[in-house]
Design a protein around this ligand. Structure first.
Ligand code: NDP
Length: 329
């Protein structure tokens, strides 16, 4: 069975990718930042064909030179996803962009056998913020974020994050165009990813996207906002990462992995219906009008990767079942 290098294996999405790889019998080499993180994962899968490579900082030069050796495929998920940015370039743009380049350079130099590299990009690299809610527009894989490096390196942490994903993905496509490596690249571009967690996590370390749902049930948010966006379940995202190297026609493609659109009150209503015991913790639903916003097409991922999207209710219910034990009494 083929072997796969999975970067950032301690992360929310990567933990689901790892489970699928192990369930399907792949030999996996996982990169994590420390031996303690490797030990945690090894204990979850004591019988798996699983080894580790410690990569403390993906922005370091030559970070993946050793890790890539001997593997057939690479799934690169590692990249900072948070909004606690002090230095936009050092904390966010460098790890995203240099980390991606490093994986590609290492594969070209030290792993001529690698056939495909799947990169976790984001809707952040698709969305055109200058258009606002853009009612009537249908987002697809054809769209690109037009953020500039100067804007990304500025003071707004969301713009920095979106810039990090945009410039990292562009770096990957530029590398393929300019270097003509032996391998092919595929990117997976999800919006907010929600769903159950398999990684080592606590209320203090919960990943950025699920933290939003935890904030709705722990009593910290008093009233719903008009916030609206796209979402997708983590199990669909993980499946897409594996299908992206298993499917010949996915070579050279980007996939907009989106389960649907939501308004903040939609999520609260799902929790209200399924978890009546949380009633006194949930935000009250504001009667502010909800603005119309863009639409999307996920046809390419359904047709080419065979993704069958889970519903918002399935995703939120399965996540809340896990989060509920953390809610202060
Ligand atoms: P997590 O924070 O759970 O995972 C991020 C992973 O990257 C962790 O393993 C983390 O290691 C690692 N990492 C971050 N910075 C570095 C660094 N400088 N050096 C080494 N490792 C690093 O987030 P997600 O699982 O949500 O994100 C995974 C990927 O998916 C990212 O590329 C993100 O941009 C993308 N994405 C996520 C979405 C979401 O809503 N969750 C939406 C769209 C894209 P450690 O655990 O040790 O910090």
């Amino acid at each position: 069975m083929a072997s796969v290098l999975l970067t950032g294996a301690s992360g929310f999405i990567a933990a689901h990718v790892l489970k699928i790889l192990i369930d399907r019998g792949y030999t996996v080499k996982a990169t994590v930042r420390s031996q303690a993180k490797a030990d945690y994962i090894k204990n979850q899968y004591p019988d798996a064909k699983l080894s580790f490579s410690i990569v403390p900082d993906i922005a370091a030069s030559g970070a993946f030179d050793e890790a890539v050796k001997g593997v057939d495929y690479i799934v690169h998920t590692a990249s900072p996803f948070h909004f606690k940015v002090t230095d936009p370039v050092k904390d966010m743009l460098d790890p995203a962009v240099k980390g991606t380049r490093s994986v590609l350079e290492a594969a070209k130099a030290y792993a001529p056998q690698v056939k495909r590299i799947v990169i976790t990009s984001s809707f952040a690299a698709i969305v055109n913020i200058t258009k606002g809610d853009w009612p009537g527009h249908v987002y697809t894989e054809e769209d690109w974020n037009e953020v500039t490096w100067e804007e990304a390196a500025g003071k707004d942490a969301s713009t920095t994050y979106r810039g990090s994903k945009t410039f990292a993905e562009k770096a990957a496509w530029d590398f393929v165009r300019d270097e003509k490596p032996n391998f092919e690249v595929t990117t997976i571009n999800p919006p907010l990813v929600w769903g159950p967690m398999l990684h080592d996590v606590s209320p203090e370390t919960i990943n950025t996207s699920n933290a939003m749902v935890y904030g709705m049930i722990n009593g910290s948010v008093k009233t719903t906002s008009t916030m609206h966006a796209g979402w997708v379940d983590v199990r669909n995202v993980a499946e897409a990462h594996v299908k992206a190297f298993e499917t010949p026609e996915a070579a050279g493609q980007r996939y907009f992995l989106i389960g649907g659109k939501f308004y903040y009150p939609d999520v609260v209503k799902i929790i209200q219906k399924n978890f009546p015991e949380l009633a006194d913790k949930l935000p009250t639903i504001s009667d502010e009008p909800l603005p119309p916003f863009w639409d999307f097409s996920n046809e390419k991922s359904r047709k080419q990767l065979g993704i069958e999207y889970l519903t918002l209710e399935q995703s939120i219910v399965d996540l809340t079942k896990q989060l509920i034990s953390w809610v202060p009494k």
